[in-house]
Design a protein around this ligand. Sequence first.
Ligand SMILES: [Zn+2]
Length: 380
Amino acid sequence: MFELLKTDVSSKARLGRLTTTHGVVDTPVFMSVGTQASVKAIDPRELRDMGANIILGNTYHLNIRPGMEILRAAGGLHAFMNWQGPILTDSGGFQVFSLATIRKIQQHGVEFRSHLDGSLLFLGPKEAMGIQRELGSDIAMVFDDCPPHTSTPRELRAAVERTMRWAGECREQPRAPGQMVFGIVQGGINPELREECARALIQLDFNGYAIGGVSVGEPEPEMMRAVELGEQFLPADKPRYAMGLGTPAQLVELVARGVDMFDCVLPTRVARNGTAFTRKGSISIKGGAYKADFRPIEEGCDCFACQNFTRAYLRHLLNVGEILGLRMLSVHNTRMFIKVMEDVRAAIAGGSFGAFRREFAANYVPTQKVLLARAAVAER
Ligand SMILES: [Zn+2]
């Protein structure tokens, strides 16, 4: 299911190929987030045209709305949203622990109140895997306990123990035909806990492994450390996925640390605030500086927005509240993330990833605004 094609000489970067029921995914890959069965403001044809070949859906949100009765009747998530490519579904663990009001953590799951209407719900390994089976995703994630980065050591240990136990329960659940299941390594920045969790999950022999408990509001060095701590124990012949990350510059650095798969709401989230990603960092198109700037968002970008519209026009659309403006920024940002990963893969294949990484880091100036937006991840 996963072939490791090449490992970079200057770093841990890997070139791979993941074969799913709905198609082949070249890694490293950026996965666009379609939490509510839609990548916000972008339709499936546009996603295909910009080279997106795997997207995300979310168990917690889809279970609440439209609900499983509708998704079952639709014939699963692919048919419901008319996306025929691979889909990875998150288990809902992250949302239960970040979005919902928890009533009680029990042996086999969590009793919580819906963030939407306060109704009492229960999600555990059995329920999360059952929902993902019916959604028919190509990759399902185990139900984990994702604690905030401010957790005490005692809370962190309890979360890791629960995550390991629940991973075992998830492993026993029936799957959709051809569905892969990934384990999630938790443990914060505690080396012993990361190792213990990784080893326990590897024993369960999942199809891939995610590093969770990142993108929970922690500063960047802590995030990099958490990924390094988890990654070192993971088997080379299985895909590794860093959940909910990050900016383009962070993705390149995480590839260098041996990560194959990423998802992040940033491209579409900041687009809705009028922010565009470029190879030099992010820019606020709404700014007065672009009033009469008739260049595209980014010179050389092959996206539909850059091929057809100017900064001045997009700024105007954003300032008068025309939907096309934020749609075009979403298209550009999503294509930008996908293109960075295409370039990363070409660089690894061509043996020039080390130079690519240095050049990317030298050009990219991160902005505080975007780093702060990354910290607010409850939407995922
Ligand atoms: Zn563009």
